[in-house]
Design a binder for this molecule. Structure first.
Ligand code: NDP
Length: 326
């Protein structure tokens, strides 16, 4: 057993169910590494798991993403040594001072990249990457709708789409967020608050045609507008529910909307092997090293203040990535 401190969700509920305290962590097993965590990424999926939107056992230590230094290696691990700097996107219990990570799914952190940035990259970066290359392959000249364009995934999506030669129409809730989305490369940004006809605004910005692809991570509040704003034979990629989950849906609506391709993907289905992880992360590291991709750490909180970080994320009070420092 290894002694550590971390943040557990004691039962399903709001941020108040999160408790910081001592943890016992097993020694690394075969194929695993033990990491001294330096920063943990905050993601919406952590809030879904905390709230019970996704079925979980309680109590559980929250988090899945982070960066840190290898403290011990399990049997059979040859790729990593004690002292190596690593990052990961899927290690349960990452809101902690120490975490167990699958050795074959860890990524090396280059010397020039600090731990906060390294913890900000994996989950949202890989997500944006598979959304533009896997769920729908963005091609030069296409137009994409990106909801919550100043969010963690939103800013990355915007940058990757413009890198591929696409045009981005972004939605955001405030002028400050609009500025960030524009700075990330969005061609058109508008506020999608009360009373705004989102679908009509998108149609007006596309000469009535609609977008080739709508990326919707907001879910319940935006889904209908996304469907109406998608061009004939376009793609609607529903990848999250920041405003709530989309209720059951009549498939016939895809026909009446113009033969729309609807998908509801998750990162796990697009990073299934170490080879796939390497291939997808290569594009992100290229962006980082060559300066065309900006991983924005919008805000950081100390580990013990994870509940505050969840409140901020769920309260739409954040831009870019939120991380916990350890
Ligand atoms: P963000 O940083 O984008 O934060 C969510 C944003 O959604 C808010 O800042 C807000 O932007 C917007 N929003 C609109 N309505 C609401 C609401 N009622 N409550 C809260 N936020 C709202 O978060 P992430 O980048 O971490 O995640 C974005 C989405 O991507 C989430 O749905 C997440 O689940 C999903 N995701 C999916 C993955 C997958 O593989 N399927 C992987 C990773 C993330 P504004 O104020 O501008 O409206």
């Amino acid at each position: 057993m290894v002694e550590a401190f971390g943040v557990r969700a004691l039962r399903a509920g709001g941020p108040e169910v999160l408790e910081y305290g001592p943890l016992d962590i097993a020694d690394p097993g075969p194929g695993e590494i033990l990491v001294d965590v330096r920063a943990a990424g905050i993601n919406f999926i952590d809030t879904y798991r905390r709230a019970g939107v996704y079925p979980m056992d309680y109590p559980h230590t929250v988090g899945s993403e982070g960066s840190g230094v290898v403290a011990a290696v399990g049997e059979g691990v040859t790729r990593w040594s004690v002292g190596d700097r690593v990052a990961w996107h899927d290690a349960p219990g990452s809101y902690a001072t120490r975490a167990i990570v699958r050795a074959d799914m860890a990524m090396s952190v280059p010397e020039g990249v600090d731990f906060e940035t390294a913890a900000a990259l994996p989950l949202q970066g890989l997500t944006a990457q598979y959304l533009v290359t896997g769920s729908h392959r963005v091609e030069a000249g296409q137009t994409a709708l990106v909801h919550a364009a100043a969010g963690g995934v939103g800013l990355l999506l915007t940058q990757l789409i413009t890198r591929l030669g696409g045009r981005v129409i972004g939605t955001v809730s405030t002028e400050e967020k609009a500025e960030l989305a524009r700075a990330a490369g969005a061609d058109e940004v508008f506020l999608y608050g009360d009373g705004v006809d989102v679908a009509q605004t998108v149609r007006d910005l596309t000469d009535g045609r609609g977008v080739d692809v709508a990326y919707d991570g907001v879910g319940k509040d935006t889904f209908d507008a996304s469907l109406s704003a998608t061009a004939v034979r376009g793609s609607l990629v529903l990848f999250g529910g920041a405003s709530g989950q989309v209720p059951p849906f009549d498939i016939q609506r895809l026909n009446s909307a113009g033969g729309i391709f609807l998908s509801r993907p998750s990162l796990a289905w697009f990073v299934r092997t170490p080879e796939e992880l390497a291939e997808r992360s290569a594009m992100l590291f290229d962006g980082l090293e060559n300066g065309w991709l900006d991983f924005r750490v919008g805000r950081s909180f100390p580990l013990a203040e994870a509940a505050e970080a969840h409140r901020a994320l769920e309260g739409r009070a954040t831009t870019g990535k939120v991380v916990l420092t350890v």
